[in-house]
Design a protein around this ligand. Structure first.
Ligand SMILES: [Zn+2]
Length: 557
């Protein structure tokens, strides 16, 4: 094509520039369990001082510590790309030649980048690459020979984090004085500056790699009590243990049983409620505890790995495991474990639950094998077939309920969302458990098909797997969507941290008031009248989020 002809595709898509310092590394070595291949960096306010619409190389000023931080990433083998909105091009404040001169100066001061991805558009262009749309992140991943889910993006405003999540990448916010408080509240991962963000990226990368691989284990007992979502997010860690063990036995609770059946790597399931974990526990029955201990002893495990979430204690079970004769026990415990735990692991706050669990597996000497991505997955053949009555794939699943009402979408709002999605041309399937039929019927009446109470978890997994997107609160089906690689519009009540419990490594748009008073309360029922964290969501935002997630990139696997 001649230079003076306009390429209609080029006009609407990101421009890709090779970095001057491009090192031309091949794809990352096939080494199991690596979280990230590449770090994507916003330019203005993240790498260099933000000089609005700068076309002058003399005005390029790196932020403190950035050069050394980038060199730490390079030394660790991570590839680097810049992903930047430059609407000054669309607005004619500078031309492409001036921009290239600025980028050359950035590389002179900060070292080479493997690629530069630039959105030259303005909001009015409606392109798919201007952050928070995910186009630049997808383009960067392609350019670097990896996938968005193996990238982490660092930027200083909500648009950066939004683009990362919408592509299925991790996003770190490094706030500056221009960052709005609501952007900080909504981000799942916040670091004070780029050097700190880099330290945490490298720490998380190392944390899932064993210092020393465990010797072959015969039988491993893994434990994850609590609900379906808890079991699903522990899946990658259980696969890591399974990779180094001949047999894996999973102890779970009754509410997690159906999810346990869906996990790869599990050879046998023991179902038993744990009264120190269950939200509505029955009194401790000494005979029942003795029966459980005997059952655990009969497993003959060479090691036990006890997975918990950040507000649960592994220690009561560790005592029973000791009484069952298990001599090697690994667990996360901030509380002093004395003689109850052999591998005591600790994890800072804010780490995604799947990585938190993977880091415990790594502390016990287990890693995911090469080729097994650190993503949620379901066992082949475990997912039921989709009922023919729901029609072709490509519908939107709307799941309003949650076992914890504080994390459910208000029925009236869910009905308006169903109406808005239908009006926008989507086929909407409304799902829910047998006890949520009244809600699903009311929601579906506003626009959609009521499937409340018609599927078990495996059936719901089948429905979700063929959806274009899933609209759901912070509850089990969000993790089913992540396991299927289906994009999620997350109506996320901030009762627990989004960075820990948000849908993992799947394109996501987060909606709702992240700064609402229920934040970090872990409340099961909403402590604030009117459920304000979610009731303020505008159905038009949900329609727009579905568009963002399905137009560019879409599903990732
Ligand atoms: Zn663009």
């Amino acid at each position: 094509m001649r230079q003076d002809q306009e390429d209609p595709y080029q006009r609407r898509s990101a421009r890709v520039y090779a970095g001057a310092g491009r090192v031309g590394r091949g794809p990352a070595a096939p080494h199991g369990g690596v979280l990230y291949d590449a770090v994507l960096l916003d330019r203005d306010g993240t790498l260099i001082e933000d000089v609005p619409y700068n076309g002058d190389p003399e005005k390029v000023r790196p932020l403190p510590g950035v050069r050394a931080a980038l060199d730490r990433l390079r030394a660790a083998g991570l590839r680097l790309a810049v992903v930047t909105n430059q609407s000054g091009l669309a607005r004619g404040y500078f031309d492409e030649e001036q921009m290239r001169a600025v980028h050359a100066r950035v590389e002179e001061l900060l070292g080479g980048f493997d690629a530069w991805l630039v959105c030259p558009h303005d909001d009015a262009d409606g392109c798919d690459c201007r952050k928070p749309s995910p186009g630049l992140v997808h383009a960067a991943a392609r350019e670097l020979g990896t996938s968005a889910s193996r990238c982490v993006l660092v930027g200083d405003i909500g648009r950066d984090v939004g683009a990362a999540l919408a592509a299925g990448a991790a996003g770190v916010l490094v706030p500056t004085p221009v960052t709005r408080p609501e952007e900080i509240a909504a981000a799942g991962w916040v670091a004070p500056d780029l050097p700190s963000a880099v330290d945490e990226i490298l720490r998380r990368q190392r944390a899932v790699q064993p210092a020393r691989d465990a010797d072959g284990v015969g039988t491993a007992l893994v434990v994850r009590s609590d609900s379906a979502g808890d079991v699903l997010v522990t899946g990658p860690a259980i696969r890591a243990v399974a990779a180094g063990a001949r047999r894996v036995v999973l102890l779970c609770g009754p509410r997690g049983r159906a999810a346990a059946e869906l996990l790869p790597g599990v050879d046998e399931i023991i179902e038993h409620p744990l009264p120190w974990i269950d939200p509505a526990p029955t009194p401790v029955d000494p005979d029942d505890m003795r029966r459980l201990t005997a059952r655990l002893a009969a497993v003959g495990a060479d090691e036990a790995v006890v997975f918990t979430s950040f507000h649960q204690s592994a220690l009561p079970l560790a005592l029973l495991l000791r009484m069952a004769g298990i001599t090697r026990i690994a667990a996360i415990s901030d509380d002093y474990p004395g003689a109850l735990v052999d591998i005591r692991h600790r994890v800072p706050a804010g780490v995604p639950e799947p990585e938190r669990a993977l880091s415990l597996a790594a502390a016990a000497g287990h890693r995911l094998p090469a080729g097994d991505e650190p993503v949620l997955r379901l066992r082949d053949g475990a997912v039921a077939s989709r009922p023919a009555a729901v029609g072709d794939p490509g519908y939107v699943v709307l799941h309003p309920g949650s076992a914890a009402s504080s994390r459910a979408c208000p029925t009236e709002l869910a009905a308006r969302i169903a109406g808005a999605l239908s009006a926008a041309g989507h086929r909407v399937l409304v799902t829910g458990g047998p006890d949520e039929r009244t809600v699903t019927a009311r929601v579906a009446a506003a626009g959609g098909t009521d499937l409340g109470g018609t599927t078990d978890l495996a059936g719901l997994a089948a429905l979700v797997a063929d959806a274009a997107a899933v609209v759901v609160g912070n509850t089990g089906p969000a993790h089913l969507a992540a396991a299927a690689g289906v994009p999620v519009v997350s109506l996320f009540a901030p009762t627990v941290p989004f960075g820990q419990w948000g849908p993992y490594r799947v394109p996501t748009v987060r909606l709702g008031d992240a700064g609402a008073p229920c934040r970090d309360t872990r409340a099961a029922s909403c402590p604030v009248p009117g459920h304000p964290c979610l009731s303020g969501v505008d159905p038009a935002e949900v329609v727009e989020a579905v568009r963002t997630l399905t137009v560019s990139g879409g599903g990732v696997r």
